[in-house]
Design a protein around this ligand. Structure first.
Ligand SMILES: [Zn+2]
Length: 259
């Protein structure tokens, strides 16, 4: 009989974890199961951000830095996360077509993507999309499924505390920071669609015409036939995606607040 108590206690604890781990995605209202606490995700994000910036060469082009900060701050202002410590950096590497945002508000844009964003609204499309991934905690969802199964919660919290490379690499993979990782796993299709939809609302509320996101993805579609940029390995550009993106334009236009 003694042995019977244990499994039920474990089940109770598990049920409590699951209850506390459920959250609802903004705008779309989808319910999510995220086992890693947000505080841990933010801590991991901060460590990974520092490491990435330390290894990178930061841009010294004041005009570009100002633009990325301007767009970033406008998006941050409508992201409803006053607790985030927002920071925007430009990494000087014309060969890397990528950008990422981490929970906690840490954002980086590689100069290589600027030839595709073309203008501030195009940049707002990319940054809005990346910030949406962070706000919805898509990386957290991916970590729950993968690394947690290997390490377990206690193992993961120790790894986070020790800034273990396994944990850092997990958050890098989860949020598409690929330069030093090697293999980039694409976000799931439903996560991409969700980030597109929320990203459109963010850019619109920040005062950028959401139609510019469609134009940006059109330019990425053309680019993929040549050398596919890093951005496309985590964010596949397909006809279907552009079609679905267009479907969300009327919703986003309701939030459009031209500045
Ligand atoms: Zn994405």
């Amino acid at each position: 009989m003694e042995g019977m108590k244990r499994p039920s206690l474990i089940l109770l604890v598990l049920a409590l974890i699951l209850l506390s781990a459920c959250q609802t995605a903004p705008v779309t209202g989808r319910s999510q199961l995220i086992l890693i606490p947000e505080s841990m995700e933010i801590e991991l994000g901060l460590t990974s951000y520092k490491e990435t910036l330390k290894k990178a060469k930061l841009s010294e082009d004041k005009e570009v830095i100002d633009m990325v900060n301007r767009v970033g701050e406008r998006i941050a202002a409508v992201a409803d996360r006053k607790d985030y410590k927002w920071e925007f950096n430009v990494i000087q590497d014309d060969k890397v077509v990528n950008a990422f945002a981490l929970p906690g508000g840490k954002v980086a844009v590689y100069t290589g993507i600027l030839k595709y964003t073309e203008n501030e609204a195009g940049l707002a499309a990319v940054m809005g999309h990346e910030v949406a991934h962070a706000l919805i905690r898509h990386g957290g969802e991916r970590i729950s499924a993968g690394i947690l199964a290997q390490l377990g919660m206690v193992g993961l919290s120790v790894a986070v505390k020790n800034k273990d490379p396994v944990a850092i690499s997990a958050i890098n993979q989860a949020y598409g920071i690929g330069v030093n990782v090697g293999v980039l796993l694409p976000f799931g299709r439903s996560q991409e669609l969700e980030a597109d939809r929320v990203g459109l609302v963010l850019m619109a509320r920040a005062g950028y015409d959401p139609n510019e996101a469609v134009a940006f993805w059109g330019r990425m579609m053309k680019a993929k036939d040549k050398a596919p940029p890093e951005f496309l390995s985590t964010h596949p550009a397909t006809d279907r995606r552009v079609k679905e993106l267009k479907q969300w334009i009327p919703e986003a236009m309701k939030y459009y607040n031209p500045k």
